[in-house]
Design a protein around this ligand. Structure first.
Ligand code: AP5
Ligand code: MG
Length: 220
């Protein structure tokens, strides 16, 4: 299935996508991880991206789309994919639709994960991520076995530059203004599935798998 994961910053999109992509053997395309990978290369483009992201702003729509489209053309996306962090506004939703049309693909389901703002702040405040493989941890909710090291590859964990209070407020404001309208947009298209993410990752994943299994049957 071709899926889009929507939801406010810190709700757990990346966490659920990393796990669900493994269980379903479909790739997890995280727009944020693609952009952070470009920053790591130290290219001119990467430097521009870092400045935008670290302040909590969105990179230009066309730039994000170009990076995503390149990734969508890879052969592993043929069996399905999870889009995490794209689209983030109505213009991107239109660009995505056109891009998928060109590639002969379409979105099957959009999952809107929601949780209280208090939960989101706690999750963002305790998040750590692997520098090498981008696996996501949380100091108390989902700690690594060895403090500061990734369970999978032993690489160092880091805290994201955009998880500082000013950048978080900016990201929340952009979500309210630009991303939230996508909920109604996809609801009207009959593609939306609501998912309460104010529960443990295990419970969310179980519910998500069950609902998407039902959806898959409807599509067959
Ligand atoms: P991106 O990296 O996508 O960040 P985001 O949207 O701000 O979302 P987050 O990654 O912060 O939250 P998440 O929902 O993935 O939560 P996570 O799973 O980590 O984008 C970063 C930036 O890139 C943007 O601000 C923008 O600048 C740019 N960008 C990206 N896409 C773009 C686009 N389309 N156009 C333009 N610019 C774009 O979980 C958070 C924490 O909570 C973790 O510590 C986790 O362990 C914990 N946790 C998760 N679920 C649970 C649970 N159920 N119970 C307990 N703890 C949990
Ligand atoms: Mg994420």
């Amino acid at each position: 299935m071709n899926l889009v994961f929507l939801g406010k910053q810190g709700v757990g999109k990346g966490t659920y996508a990393q796990r669900y992509s493994k269980s379903e053997d479909i790739p997890h395309l995280s727009m944020g991880d693609l952009l952070r990978a470009e920053i790591k290369t130290d290219s001119e483009l990467g430097k521009q991206i870092a400045e935008i992201i670290n302040a909590g702003n969105l990179v230009p729509d066309e730039m994000a789309l170009q990076m995503l489209e390149k990734r969508l053309q890879q052969s592993d996306c043929e069996k399905g994919f999870i889009l995490d962090g794209f689209p983030r506004n109505l213009n991107q939703a239109n660009l995505l639709e056109k891009s998928l049309d060109r590639l002969g693909k379409k979105i099957d389901c959009v999952i809107d994960f929601f949780a209280s703002e208090k939960t989101l702040m706690e999750r963002l405040g305790g998040r750590w991520q692997c520098k090498k493989c981008a696996k996501i941890y949380h100091t108390t909710n989902l700690p690594s076995k060895v403090e500061g090291k990734c369970d999978l590859d032993g690489a160092d964990l880091y805290q994201r530059a955009d998880d500082k209070p000013d950048a978080i407020q900016k990201r929340f404001a952009i979500y309210e203004e630009q991303t939230k309208p996508l909920i109604d947009y996809y609801k009207e298209k009959g593609l939306l599935l609501d998912m309460n993410a104010d529960r443990t990752p295990e419970v969310v994943l179980k519910d998500l798998s069950k609902k998407l299994q039902e959806k898959k049957k409807q599509l067959q």
